[in-house]
Design a protein around this ligand. Structure first.
Ligand code: ZN
Ligand code: ZN
Length: 228
């Protein structure tokens, strides 16, 4: 728990300069800088300061990475968030569709956490949309019942075998391998658990959710009220 809180704090703080850089976007790239040879833009009028405009700064690819990677830990360490996230974890079978069994409220706040800062900071859509596609593809593969470990990349990229450990019914295992695409933070913060043998049982011990939409929608509130 302490480790998870520490991680969330560090990851959030580390996101600030990256995101702030994203907010420093200058003029749109379609407007060439004044004074560039061959530029079709009008010359600066007389009397105006000829101070060169600041260089255009572009947010680095994956600028939202720390926030994206921090949220899974918070979902395990913060009780109300775990109540909603447990809908995903109570699956006793994993398939490539398992990534989609997410309570709509969890989907909503994770989306807000990701998208709103991107809009507020002016990170252009072409920069974060590819990240989203990579994440969706990665999560689909991770939940398939495959024993892939990605070989030498097993400590770096989340494989189906590594994410299976995250879904293990063993509580000591499912609070691990939090990464959504990369395992960098897990390796750094000691929550990486290698997939040494195939996980055979999935779910949350003592928690069962019927395969009905209404049951899954109501489940988090039962957890919060201490009835599940
Ligand atoms: Zn989880
Ligand atoms: Zn999962």
């Amino acid at each position: 728990m302490k480790k998870q809180c520490l991680f969330v704090a560090v990851a959030t703080l580390s996101a600030v300069p990256v995101l702030a850089q994203g907010g420093a976007i200058a003029a749109p790239s379609s407007q060439p800088a004044a004074g560039v040879i061959g530029s079709s833009s009008p010359a600066p009028s007389r009397g105006r300061s000829s101070r060169p405009s600041p260089p255009t700064m572009r947010p680095p690819f994956g600028g939202l990475f720390p926030i994206r990677e921090a949220t899974p830990r918070a979902r395990h360490g913060v009780r109300p968030l775990w109540a909603f996230h447990s809908v995903h974890h109570t699956q006793t079978q994993l398939t490539f569709l398992s990534a989609n069994r997410i309570h709509f409220f969890e989907q909503l706040y994770v989306g807000v956490l990701m998208i709103v800062p991107a809009f507020l900071l002016g990170i252009p859509q072409p920069r974060w949309l590819p990240i989203l596609f990579v994440q969706i593809f990665s999560e689909t593969v991770q939940h398939a019942r495959l024993n892939w470990t990605f070989g030498r990349l097993h400590r770096l990229v989340v494989s189906p075998a590594a994410h299976a450990v995250h879904h293990s019914i063993d509580a000591g295992e499912h609070h691990s391998n939090f990464g959504r695409v990369f395992l960098l933070w897990d390796v750094l913060f000691g929550t990486f658990v290698p997939a040494e043998e195939r996980v055979r049982r999935f779910g949350v011990d003592g928690m069962e959710v019927p395969e009905r939409l209404t049951a899954q929608l109501v489940h988090p509130f039962r957890v919060l009220l201490g009835r599940a």
